[in-house]
Design a protein around this ligand. Sequence first.
Ligand code: OMP
Length: 271
Amino acid sequence: MTTQQLTAQIKKKNSFLCIGLDVDLNKIPKHLLELEDPIFEFNKAIIDATHHLCVAYKPNTAFYEAYGIKGWQALEKTIKYLNKNHPEIFTIADAKRGDIGNTSTMYAKAFFEDLAFDSVTVAPYMGKDSVEPFLAFKNKHTIMLALTSNQGAFDFQTKQVDGKELYKQVLETSKNWENSENLMYVVGATKAEYFADIRKIIPNSFLLVPGVGAQGGNLQDVCKYGMSDNVGLLINSSRGIIYASNNKDFAQAAATKAADLQQQMEVVLNS
Ligand code: OMP
């Protein structure tokens, strides 16, 4: 999917919501545990109830890898279900990969070719040659961590390196890499006061913004300082949506939470 197609979907649905599919068997409704593939059944129900309200889904691979082969199969079934039934939806494998070049190429093949995700999250710590193998894939997107939502972001990311914060170095350096038009960046919703500075460096790039809902980030603040001329935001909520209820009405309860965020987004888009 191209960024132009993503922007067109945002305008069509009046939404830049990304729903995080972070499935924890301890949190999903108990009746699903009797089914053969509870993780996939949970995702399918959530997708069926919410696909008209969001433009992206983001399974975090940790929640699948934790269940071994069965978890990985559920991830595969989920991405196939999305690509078959909702090909207009942007898919993010939240895997936070990145390694020496030939290893990164294999990670990229795993998520872009075998699983056919539109994008994957990548850590920038190993530098240019660890990220460029992901960027080489046409019409696929590499979402690089810039300023993360957690407290530990202040351990390294905001430290000065050569007179500038490290996350700013990451943004400035990476925007000159080959195929950098395929780059997006992660900026946490809990860091709203940093968005204006970030937009000075990357005015048009898409930002994946986790941290609203369970982590306390504020949607309006993110939009005020982070929105680009072409929207340029994908705001993610995982637990705040998918665990709205753990009864039989869980999918409907998730849709209600998603609709609440979508309506707030519609107001921002029309203002
Ligand atoms: P909730 O806090 O439940 O909405 O989930 C947030 C999701 O975004 C999880 O899958 C996190 O792993 C992910 N995330 C962050 O919370 N903070 C970040 O800085 C980056 C990510 C991410 O890359 O998506």
